[in-house]
Design a protein around this ligand. Sequence first.
Ligand code: MN
Length: 743
Amino acid sequence: MDPILERYQALENKVAQYTPNLNTQKLFDAFTYADTEHHGQLRKSGEPYIIHPLAVADIVADLGLDMDSVVAALLHDCIEDTDATHEEIARRFGEPVAELVEGVTKLTRVQYVTKEEEQMENLRKMLMAMAHDIRVILIKICDRLHNMRTMEYQSPKKQREKSLETMEIYAPLAHRLGMQKLKWELEDLSLRYLDPVGYKEIEDEMAKRSAAHEEFLASIQMRIQQRLEQEGIRCKVYGRVKHTYSIYRKMFTQNKTLDEIFDLYAFRVIVDDISECYNVLGCIHDMFKPVLGRFKDYIGTPKPNMYQSLHTTVIGREGIPFEVQIRTWEMHQTAEYGIAAHWKYKQGMANQKLGTEQEFEWVRKLLESQQDTDAEEFVRTLKVDMFADEVFVFTPNGDVKSLPAGATPIDFAYSIHSAVGNSMVGARVNGRMVPYETQLKNGDIVEVLTSKTAKGPSRDWLKLAKSNEARNKIRQWFKRERREENIATGRAAFEAELKHAGIPLAAITGEEVLPHILHKVRFGTLDELYASIGYGGTTAAKTVVRIRDELLRLGRLQAEKAAAAARTTAESVIVPGSSAQTPAKPMPKHSDSGIIVEGMGNCLVKFAKCCSPVPGDPVIGFITRGYGVSVHRQDCPNAAPERRKPEEADRWVKVSWVESSLPNYKTTVELSAKDRDNLTLDIATALSSAKVKVTALAVRAMADGHAIMTIELEVKDRNELASVINRLNNIQGVYHVARASGK
Ligand code: MN
């Protein structure tokens, strides 16, 4: 029999074993079609090309994948390497097969350049996201596995490239999909070409000791098995030597020789339930000496990928340390097959214990039941969840860019550099010119066309850009490039705001004042300030508030000087030293006072606590010693003309309210009422419906059944205060409301 036909027959038999009612004709047709299409092509080994698709299909069948996957594996290189088309394959073998082949072809076309780890992770994610069907990834991994197995025929350059790609992309993907065995083989094969000397050293050493290893494994395995049986624990014990790459990595990272490597051997004890795991651990620690600090309870604290097991390292009589992993069958599924096993258990297969022949059954089950919603949902989350909000595209030289889903060439351009975005005049995706609003897809190769004479971004781009990065950079551009325009609009907004606040422009442009003002708002020049307001970097309102603060500060300094001058005069007249003691306390905090002090410019203002004036009240100011101007109501007893000391006469100054003053004023109201249930509640309700802010409220119950309440509140002006008092007066039982009088 023809050796190739023989190989085909073996494949058919393998698939038939796990596929009831196998359509052998379809399988055979696929084989014949691929054989014909690849006719005349040779592998580097000199064999006919069809050997490769046959071998890949064989690995796919080892995984227990469905019929369509096996057929697609036979055809997987047809679109790429022969005249076959998607349509032709769809017509002959059905659309699902054509889509699988197309998917594998797309992954094959992804260009690979080794990059730093972050780029690799993007590339892995991109492959996952590109493969709309998880079977595409699985077939691609099988394809890569066969290519790695036959890598010896390739040039050293190709060997290195493919091995690096396998180590950085495909082994981690296999790991992510829980395909531990494939992962190990991929790693070992790659290592063989990436560090041939190191690889051979380990292989040779291990071969030398192989008999001893086998003996050791068998003896330990038997001892554990016997002991656990005595204890009445049903279990299965496996022993193995760790794979070459994991030994290599340990030697490399720990800088040790093979003899110094701690765990060369690993044993696995698989039991029925969790409590038995801990019983087994007890027995193991009783039989062998545990190595301190090596016990890990991943049952109590599972790894992020759901891995659960107890790990311990022990030393036997032989003085050889080995690792023991203890887990239930369910945990074993998860450990071997990843997240998919978890799903499978949820599907009610918990009672099955998998032997080796069933090891990859989860994939088949997974694929078979893709029709039912749960499985569909699962497959969707497995593949897409992690990357649903990202899209991965290539630069022309093979860098992978991760952009938010829905990103356009504009996002791409700005992700490279703002200069690229600003000089963009067009974009190509996969070699074709596209409009700017085109949404990029995974695996697209995006190229930005730039020109030195580009006009820069348009405002529309802000809508087309999906990423904040691009939008910010576009705004930045407008900030710089439209300076004249920004200055004009910014200046207009600023001057309007200044006017609103009652500050004449001349008040800040004076030679002595302006540098302080600019320093306060942190701009070098007024134009810079205007430009910033113009493009929206800051607002006119915010700026003016800060400017007013600064003017007040400057005014206060002036007031202090005036006060100091007054003090010197006063001290010489009154008892020397008596009033000069007032230590320089820190300035009380103030916001905009809303008060104009005549003849003083802007200066620090505080409102006298004795009478708490509010706007509209007739007021008068008193220049204090070091605290700016204190403002009293004119009817405040403390400000009564007869109580003003003659020697302080020049300290009493005229003050008036700024017309539109925004801030609120604190004042105090006293209320007397007949005490009753809910009085306080009614008062609080009245105050809150009047929308005034209450800062303090104190009630004193008097012996005669009356209550006196002191309410500290903030009001805009005299009118608002009057209306609040009116409301309070209308509350049942209240018989007197008045502003607190000066004491
Ligand atoms: Mn291939």
